[in-house]
Design a protein around this ligand. Structure first.
Ligand code: PLP
Length: 265
């Protein structure tokens, strides 16, 4: 049977990130994608013009509908918007045996908030403990742990601080490190995957393409798709990094701002 993967995330009307990026990724990777929508954003290449949360009951009902009938082999979470939604989703995930990829989405590339500041504590204490893999970028690491990352040693400290909240694995995305040669990353996008015992450094060339809208969503969905197929976490992350590198290379201009990564390459 085709692996079934669920995304619990926000809608991006522009089709570049959020639920739309998740479902495109799942389609491209040959799994059946399903969605629990947490919030609706009015969004385009210039940023987020508005966001509306769904009621907690609507989120719970979508989740139950999918899980009770169709079943899931992996779950991915993205924009959760508020403390109430974070708590409700964390409670649902605590009861699942499927692997869970948590992308602790805080702020969009344009700087628009996708999570209320008062929800951070629920992410730390309720959501991260339910994660098989947590995939924070460096800004999210700083928000969640206070660790400021400037080099690869900082990435190691960041991973340790994230693992203390309870996810099985931490994937620290170093793509936002300054790209000066001599500094961590240099002209590479470096990520660190660790469970506190194993350390996997993933390196890919830093691509000179500003059309990167939806990279985080795409990576987390690709990891969930690999896990749903039965890959171990390091293999799923490695394959997902390859997928997102291709998607960024193929990112294209749409609208007047930052265009989306591409799933049809
Ligand atoms: N919009 C929604 C609904 C999202 O879930 C996300 C990221 O998770 C974004 C926007 C941000 O996308 P980006 O930071 O790649 O522009």
């Amino acid at each position: 049977m085709i692996p079934r993967v669920l995304t619990v995330a926000g809608s991006d009307s522009g089709g570049g990130a959020g639920i739309q990026a998740d479902l495109k990724t799942m389609l491209a990777l040959g799994v059946h994608g399903m969605s629990v929508i947490t919030a609706v954003t009015a969004q385009n290449s210039l940023g987020v013009q508005g966001a509306w949360e769904l009621p907690v009951e609507a989120v719970r009902a979508q989740y139950r509908a999918v899980v009770d009938d169709i079943g899931v082999q992996a779950v991915k979470t993205g924009m959760l918007s508020s403390a109430a939604l974070v708590e409700a989703v964390a409670e649902l995930l605590a009861a699942t045996e499927a692997p869970v990829v948590v992308d602790p989405v805080g702020v969009s590339k344009h700087g628009d908030p996708l999570l209320a500041a008062e929800a951070l504590d629920s992410v730390r204490t309720r959501l991260l403990p339910a994660a098989t893999v947590a995939t924070p970028n460096l800004d999210e690491v700083t928000q969640l742990t206070g660790v400021l990352v400037e080099d690869e040693d900082g990435m190691r400290r960041a991973a340790g601080a994230i693992l203390e909240f309870g996810p099985r694995w931490a994937l620290i995305k170093g793509g936002h490190l300054p790209g000066d040669p001599g500094r961590a990353g240099g002209n590479q996008a470096v990520d660190l995957l660790t469970d506190g015992t194993e350390e996997h450094w993933l390196r890919a060339p830093r691509l000179d393409n500003r059309h990167t809208h939806g990279t985080g969503c795409t990576l987390a969905s690709a990891i969930a798709s690999g896990l749903a197929r039965g890959l171990a976490v390091p293999e799923a992350v490695r394959a997902a990094k390859e997928y997102v590198t291709g998607a960024i290379a193929a990112g294209f201009a749409l609208g007047a701002g930052i265009g989306p990564v591409d799933h049809g390459w």
